[in-house]
Design a binder for this molecule. Structure first.
Ligand code: CUA
Length: 162
């Protein structure tokens, strides 16, 4: 009887976590998805990569101020450049990047800031970042996109407030 009880406890020690862990993960998934609003990126919209340069939101890439301290950047990537290649904002600005590729898969990385996405033809990518520190920050393509991939870069210039 005593021996049987011991075996039962060992079994219980394995059975309970094997239920508790997946239930805990499911709860964490539901809380982060519906409570904290954490979702996978990528559902920002689609464009036709063949006409993206002529019509639609990416026909004229550039920087637009949408509110005090808020900027919107419409950006296209193509071999081997970003348009616009230079973005100038005052320190403390929040920049909403909307970006897509006109040809092949490119990357879009701003080191030390939370911008690290792939730019896929036909797919719109979105990233939002606040630039507090004045300085010059590179925009880097970090997906291999052909022979001059290593030259594909732009920059963000964050100007000190006067
Ligand atoms: Cu574009 Cu690498």
């Amino acid at each position: 009887m005593k021996r049987g009880t011991t075996v039962y406890l060992y079994e219980l020690a394995w059975i309970l976590p094997s239920f508790a862990i997946p239930i805990g993960m499911l709860v964490a998934l539901v809380v982060t998805a519906f409570g904290a609003g954490v979702h996978l990126p990528g559902n920002e919209g689609r464009v036709d990569p063949r006409t993206v340069g002529q019509t639609g939101p990416f026909a004229e890439p550039g920087v637009v101020q949408i509110a005090p301290g808020q900027y919107e950047v419409r950006m296209t990537a193509q071999i081997w450049s970003f348009a616009p290649s230079e973005i100038r904002v005052p320190a403390g600005s929040t920049v909403h990047f909307w970006a897509t590729s006109k040809d092949v898969v490119h990357g879009f990385l701003i080191p030390k800031h939370i911008v690290n996405v792939m730019l896929l033809p036909g797919q719109i990518a979105h990233a939002q970042v606040r630039f507090d520190q004045p300085g010059e920050f590179p925009i880097i393509c970090h997906e291999y996109c052909g022979i001059a991939h290593h030259t594909m870069a732009g920059r963000v210039i964050v100007e000190a407030r006067r």
